[in-house]
Design a binder for this molecule. Structure first.
Ligand code: MEV
Length: 293
């Protein structure tokens, strides 16, 4: 059998604009791909077959792909080259799994449908997050912003606001699985707040259509208060949200699973985004990015 000497797969990261956590409970979420922040996986020949650690989402992704192809005993190794900071709510686990599955299929010269890819990625996401809504995998598979509803589907969104999103890394590892479990533990008390997050996400969807950046910013800040109320924010995220607002952001919030990770701030134009980014760095953001909306 002829295989390539190297199999390569790539995937991009993502950021959630609105609806993290409430999406697990069936409310909509809005998320954007970050097309320039990528991960690459390379599959190369090795001396012996892989030994799999099924607590590791990446290993699970590679295994799922090999199993689907009937090639579990093939002697291969994998390498990851990533620009996506792990555990920061930027979809690193989903993106790494997508890249790995694509690389396995590339190595064996097989074609892979998006539908099968998503099924295989979500096997790995169950290891990473226990009860994933599927939002991360779907956004990392999409080239456009999406509105996603668990078990229902998704639609592409056109976002053309002339505004900018500043993404700032608190430097603290996020813990999506723990955060999702924490919200579930106090589900009854959290349900009204999750419903409010759902309402705010719907409001943002409407405001994207009418290009009402003020309304989007206000809803983002209100969503941050909700995320605090369900216990998934941390002090440094609260601090950076406050700093962004003081620096002229239209709104700011935690993004992703939380207990660390990134915050996002909406800036009315590029100059404002640059000044918010500079201040966030001064105040401890370890890394930051600007995304046009
Ligand atoms: C994690 O990126 C987003 C969460 O809503 C979990 C999920 O959707 O599975 C916190």
């Amino acid at each position: 059998m002829i295989t390539k000497q190297i199999g390569v797969g790539k995937a991009h990261s993502k950021i959630i604009l609105m609806g993290e956590h409430s999406v697990v409970y069936g409310y909509p979420a809005i998320a954007l791909p970050l097309l320039t922040i990528e991960v690459e996986c390379q599959i190369v020949p090795a001396d012996k077959p892989l030994v799999f650690d099924f607590y590791d989402p990446l290993a699970t992704a590679v295994y799922a792909a090999l199993e689907e192809l009937g090639k579990k005993k093939e002697p291969i190794a994998y390498h990851i080259i990533s620009q996506i900071p792990p555990k920061r709510g930027m979809g690193s686990s989903a993106a790494v799994s997508i890249a790995a599955i694509r690389a396995v299929y590339d190595y064996f010269g097989k074609t892979l449908s998006d539908h099968l890819l998503e099924i295989l990625v979500n096997k790995a996401e169950i290891i990473a997050h226990t009860n994933p809504s599927g939002l991360d995998a779907k956004t990392c598979l999409s080239d456009q912003a999406i509105k996603f509803i668990r078990n229902i589907g998704f639609e592409s969104l056109t976002i053309d606001l002339g505004a900018y999103l500043v993404i700032a890394d608190t430097g603290i590892h996020g813990h999506t699985r723990e955060a999702v479990n924490k919200v579930a533990q106090f589900e009854e008390a959290n349900l009204p707040v999750l419903a409010e997050l759902g309402r705010l996400t719907n409001l943002v969807e409407g405001a994207i259509q009418t290009k009402d950046c003020q309304a989007i910013g206000q809803a983002m800040t209100q969503a941050h208060t909700c995320l605090q109320a369900i216990g998934v924010s941390v002090g440094q995220a609260d601090h950076l949200v406050q700093v962004a607002q003081t620096q002229g952001a239209l709104g700011a919030k935690l993004s992703g699973g939380g207990l660390g990770g990134c915050i996002i701030a909406l800036a009315k134009d590029q100059a404002s985004a640059a000044s918010i980014q500079a201040k966030l760095r001064e105040e401890g953001a370890v890394n930051s990015w600007i995304q046009k909306l």
